[in-house]
Design a protein around this ligand. Structure first.
Ligand code: SF4
Length: 335
């Protein structure tokens, strides 16, 4: 029998979210972004007023959003745009994306989420938030919603390194993420964690250790973002004053770092994103520009060049050797 040199995930070489969704729901699921008027405790003065030093939500907000519209009007506007762009989509979920979308009274959250779920085209919710904005009552409510809808809870972890989190004014530590992810997963919620790779103060070792730490948590999926400096942020201003204060990876180093990370990540975790793209008008640095649609194939190409794949260097907690092949239980999940 010949060896499958692509590993268990085919030519992509990692456990891709889109393929999982197609298998699970029988077709494409598209997110309709919602701007629900939230803020976050790192901006409204509860923790701080300046926000995380890398944050400018306008860098990630689709142009079709109008925050003065109701949730229903925003969904209609989003569908109008998405139906033209992705005509073959089978299902839509409302994406509460900007700021911390569980930061509010439960009654207020209920009103917003249930207006979205009442839309005839909406099958579920994706809700982005901070780990310290997830009290048990909110998680209980989301778990209740998840019994009848797709509910994807996105938690901003950003780094597993407390010194890095403090230096970017994140306002919570890694233990807060471990706690929130654990409490959500204990209720059966599927958690997607965000990591921002390449923050100042992060070393290659600390980022790769992040793959190990995330692999030990009950996360369903990860979104990896590479550091890009967005205009209007404190980090962008610091870089303009002194570029050496915010070291940035060039393109080959970034692709190599993402491949290194993916090799060390548990093969059981889905990768919902392997990079991000800031609109050129919002991006200050780095100068290199690869469309997101090109970045993912380049990472697969790098993994192929190495003859590796997601988890090929993963060391399970308690294990003493790296896994040249994924464990049989994982192979069962992906075939
Ligand atoms: S990244 Fe999130 S938590 Fe940080 S300032 Fe922006 S909205 Fe707030």
């Amino acid at each position: 029998m010949t060896e499958n040199t692509e590993g268990p995930f085919g030519p992509r070489r990692y456990r891709a979210w889109n393929e999982h969704v197609k298998t699970r729901y029988g077709g494409r699921v598209q997110k309709v972004s919602i701007e629900a008027g939230f803020t976050c405790p790192n901006r409204d003065g509860k923790l701080a007023t300046g926000g995380c030093t890398f944050c400018n939500n306008d860098g990630f907000t689709p142009g079709y959003l109008n925050r003065r519209q109701s949730i229903t009007e925003q969904i209609n506007a989003g569908l109008d745009f998405l139906l033209r762009r992705y005509p073959g989509t089978d299902r839509y979920i409302a994406y509460f994306q900007s700021y911390s979308n569980t930061y509010g009274e439960l009654a207020h959250l209920r009103a917003l989420y249930e207006e979205a779920l009442a839309h005839p085209k909406i099958s579920g919710l994706a809700i982005g938030t901070r780990p310290d904005c997830l009290p048990d009552a909110v998680l209980d409510y989301l778990a209740e919603l998840a019994r009848g809808h797709i509910i994807e809870l996105e938690i901003g972890v950003e780094s597993c390194n407390d010194a890095v989190l403090a230096s970017v004014n994140r306002g919570h530590d890694f233990a807060a993420s471990v706690d929130a992810i654990g409490r959500a997963a204990a209720r059966g919620l599927e958690v997607t964690a965000h990591l921002l790779l390449g923050l100042p103060g992060e070393s290659m070792d600390s980022m790769l250790d992040g793959a190990r730490q995330m692999s030990a948590l009950p996360v369903h999926a990860l979104k990896l973002h590479q550091l890009q400096l967005v205009r209007g942020t404190a980090m962008a201003r610091a870089w303009q004053r002194d570029p050496s204060s915010v070291p940035l990876l060039d393109e080959p180093a970034c692709i190599a770092m993402l491949a290194d990370f993916i090799e060390r990540l548990s093969p059981a975790i889905l990768l919902q994103r392997v990079g991000s793209e800031v609109p050129p008008s919002m991006k200050l640095a780095p100068a290199w520009n690869v469309r997101l649609s090109e970045l993912a194939p380049r990472i697969s190409t790098e993994l192929a060049r190495r003859g590796s794949w997601q988890g090929s260097r993963y060391m399970a907690t308690g294990s003493t050797s790296t896994g040249a092949k994924p464990p049989p239980s994982v192979l069962k999940l992906v075939v």
